[in-house]
Write a protein that binds this ligand. Structure first.
Ligand code: SF4
Ligand code: SF4
Ligand code: SF4
Ligand code: FES
Length: 538
């Protein structure tokens, strides 16, 4: 029986075994995209590269036989760099957004498309849960946020952005109007205690998420009531009843709040550090002297922190919001509270901060008018001007049907395969840079509209798996590569439909596809009436 060595491990294999199979048999993980057990390897993706020590050459492990005496290097920087390059080359031709543009535009990175789908389905309790996973104060922000998410919304270029901010408010208002409303189940108690100085958006958000994460929080507020700079906005911008009831709802998660109390001196601060496992400074802008009195370093804007972890240079002390940034957007202050909570949780549970994980995403960037037209075609309910979703404080908001219609304007820009895509998974794991080899040249396109099986050529890595699967089906027409050179793509013979090509094996093809290139139609298009949209006038 052949014996090979992979890194430091000797592996005895059956004759004909590939290096990939040998590695997997001893738990060595090698990424793959175009490989699928039971099918001929096309060896086209090259992400499974390993190094043949004898020749020094990189070889695809899925298509290399494990011959006796072979020595393979898998877990080295050089091999990892080669795999990363293979991923980056695939991504350089890729046309798709793993995550929608609004995800990046929203400082809190709320899952906006999911919230919009839930509103469309009138799933109000699911929608408030989605919102509260990232934003503790949606009713307040719905009224005062400057809406960076809507500025980044792709629909903006077609007619009006989806009224994300107001829809969030509609959901939050509905939740506030119900007695108990949404309350998350906190994680099991950690026994750790966190002191938070300042009960504005940042401090209260941090207390909310830290409590959800199982830590006991004590918030101190210098003023006689919580809310910080929100009280200066005036009743027209932010009705006091909304402010009071949303703070009350947030407090129901179960943290202590003491007003008319702050930390003045270095001695008091030292006692605090003895009594609590972590401290978050979350007061308002411009309190440099107070910070310096406590021994905290400051810069031009506020307290100096590591921007990735919110840690100050004093162990166990963190700072966030306007205490650090000077004068940030309200939504930024809210997001800071959540992110600081995540970092403090890492500190309390792991003993070190790994910081906030930024999600990997292939990104299409600016889309051309004809590409935008393809997105709008799929959305339905077009166009409905944002102003049609006026939230009337006196009547208590908009009706559910109007809200659902507005949410249906979402172009669902994120990829259907997000979270279930092998290219995304490995690109994230190998820290691949989608922009390393320049911006995309190919055009966004969806083939098979009107049918149940859709194909996006820009997401296809030409692995052949669907072609091989379809070729084994007796009853279907099958698939093949069509075109030449760079223009080669998977196609259906005789210009027939994708249903004709893969009808009996469609599910198998969708499951086997290593990306989101083939998928089932997931929503019915409702009213498609582009009217006088910018798409047509461009
Ligand atoms: S196919 Fe994968 S990598 Fe491409 S956009 Fe979709 S999730 Fe991202
Ligand atoms: S159309 Fe929908 S998914 Fe796309 S950016 Fe706007 S809100 Fe986000
Ligand atoms: S569409 Fe077919 S060839 Fe393209 S990536 Fe998916 S399975 Fe591979
Ligand atoms: S070349 Fe081996 S998995 Fe693609």
């Amino acid at each position: 029986m052949p014996t090979i060595r992979i890194d430091q491990t000797d592996v005895v294999v059956d004759p004909g075994t590939t290096v990939l199979e040998a590695a997997r048999s001893v738990g060595i993980e090698i990424p793959t995209l175009c490989y699928l057990k039971g099918y001929d390897p096309s060896a086209s993706c090259q992400v499974c590269l390993v190094r043949d020590v004898a020749t020094g050459r990189m070889v695809p492990s899925c298509a290399t036989t494990a011959t006796d005496g072979l020595q393979i290097e898998s877990e080295s920087d050089e091999v990892h760099a080669a795999r990363r390059t293979a991923l980056e080359l695939l991504l350089s031709e890729h046309v798709g957004d793993c995550l929608a543009p609004c995800h990046f535009a929203c400082p809190a990175h709320m899952d906006i498309p999911l919230m919009l789908r839930q509103i469309g389905d009138q799933e109000w309790s699911a929608a408030i849960e989605t919102i509260k996973n990232d934003i503790a104060f949606p009713a307040i922000l719905g009224r005062i946020c400057t809406k960076p998410c809507e500025k980044g919304c792709r629909r903006n270029a077609a007619d009006d952005p989806v009224a994300v901010c107001q829809l969030k408010q509609v959901v939050a208002d509905k939740d506030l109007a119900t007695g108990d409303g949404y309350q998350p189940e906190p994680r099991i108690a950690s026994g750790k205690r966190v002191a938070i100085i300042g009960a504005g958006l940042t401090g209260l958000s941090a207390a909310y998420y830290l409590t959800r994460l199982g830590h006991r929080c004590q918030v101190w507020e210098k003023a006689s009531q919580p809310g910080g700079r929100l009280h200066a906005l005036g009743a027209d911008a932010l009705p006091p009843a909304v402010l009071a009831s949303e703070i009350q709802r947030v407090r129901q998660v179960g943290f202590e709040l003491t007003c008319d109390r702050t930390v003045q001196s270095a001695d008091e601060f030292t006692t605090l550090l003895d009594d609590f496992d972590a401290v978050l400074v979350a007061w308002g802008e411009g309190q440099m002297q107070a910070a310096q009195r406590l021994g905290l370093k400051t810069n031009r804007k506020g307290i100096q922190v590591d921007r990735a972890t919110y840690a100050t240079d004093i162990d166990q002390v963190f700072a966030a919001g306007n205490a650090v940034r000077g004068n940030a957007l309200f939504v930024r202050s809210t997001a800071d509270g959540k992110e600081a909570a995540v970092c403090i949780d890492q500190y309390l549970t792991l003993g070190k901060m790994t910081g906030i994980t930024r999600s990997f995403s292939s990104r299409m960037g600016k889309v051309a008018p004809q590409e935008l037209g393809q997105f709008v075609q799929d959305a339905g309910h077009a166009p409905l001007a944002t102003e049609q979703l006026v939230v009337d404080e006196s009547t208590g908001g908009v009706d559910s049907v109007t809200a659902a219609k507005q949410s249906g304007r979402c172009l669902a820009c994120g990829c259907v395969a997000h979270g279930n895509c092998r290219l995304e998974h490995w690109a994230s794991k190998y820290n691949a840079d989608p922009g390393r080899f320049g911006s995309r040249q190919a055009t966004y396109e969806v083939v098979g509209r009107g049918g149940d099986v859709l194909f996006e050529p820009g997401k296809c890595i030409k692995c052949e798996l669907c072609i091989q699967i379809a070729s084994k089906s007796k009853s279907d027409l099958g698939l093949s590569f069509v075109g030449r050179g760079f223009d080669v793509r998977v196609g259906v013979p005789f210009d027939r439909s994708w249903e004709d090509a893969v009808r009996s094996v469609a599910q198998k093809c969708v499951d086997a596809c290593p990306t989101g290139a083939i998928y089932f139609r997931w929503r019915d298009v409702d009213v498609v009436d582009l009217g006088e949209s910018k798409t047509e006038s461009q």
